[in-house]
Design a protein around this ligand. Structure first.
Ligand code: BG6
Ligand code: MG
Length: 216
């Protein structure tokens, strides 16, 4: 089937924001008196803010009422925003701009499908907004990945069928969401972790749309 659209996850695919999420969550863990390692942080990739907090608290064997948890999440986000508001377009991951331009030249539609409520802030900071015809982010969905809602909404708004679309994802939950929605999917990262994807690349450096199509 002919590919007509591409949907990109944001964190870990377009830009490495995981390190900023990590610093902000680690600060909260330390305030609560436990350590939160980079390995622990892997479990938060692709996961919504409140679910991330639950995983973090589970790691430290802590439990709090809902109101306190909302306050923790709000404070973590304030810290995270301090980091992302300092980001510059130099932080866009290697090859991403060339790949987006290749898609534009080939008239392939482009959307963003992210769990983050900060997606628009990040796209604006990185001066990337204009590449994306459609942006579906954490403010527009009610079901978290691995539910395919975010990608199905993006495909619907792009007016393409899931089977005509490639999803680019770095998180296992995101790959599962793509599979659940019957999309083609390309993993960004290690083939070992992302073995369920149709094809895995380590990054977009020197990668063209035709290189990807050949592998699907
Ligand atoms: C995902 C990240 O893209 O967005 C997760 O991989 C993050 O780590 C989630 O928790 C929600 O992000 P935000 O910006 O709404 O807190
Ligand atoms: Mg991601």
């Amino acid at each position: 089937m002919k590919i007509k659209g591409c949907i990109f996850d944001l964190d870990g695919v377009i830009v490495d924001t995981a390190k900023y999420h990590y610093l902000a969550w680690k600060e909260l863990a330390e305030k609560l008196g436990f350590n939160f390692s980079e390995k622990d942080n892997e479990k938060l990739k692709g996961v919504s803010r409140m679910h991330s907090l639950d995983i973090l608290l589970e790691t430290g064997k802590k439990d709090f009422d809902k109101k306190t948890k909302l306050k923790f999440a709000e404070n973590k986000n304030k810290k995270y925003l301090e980091y992302i508001l300092k980001m510059t377009p130099e932080e866009i991951l290697p090859g991403v701009i060339d790949f987006l331009e290749d898609l534009q030249n080939k008239n392939i539609k482009i959307a963003l499908g992210s769990a983050s409520k900060n997606a628009m802030t990040i796209l604006n900071r990185l001066k990337l907004k204009n590449y994306f015809e459609i942006v579906i982010d954490g403010t527009k969905v009610s079901k978290a990945k691995p539910d395919p809602e975010v990608f199905l909404k993006a495909a619907e708004e792009l007016k393409v069928k899931p089977g005509e679309c490639i999803v680019f994802e770095d998180a296992e939950a995101g790959i599962e969401a793509a599979i659940n929605g019957k999309f083609k999917c390309v993993g960004i990262g290690s083939p070992k972790t992302l073995s369920k994807a149709d094809y895995v690349i380590s990054n977009f450096k020197n990668i063209t749309f035709d290189d990807i199509i050949k592998q699907l």
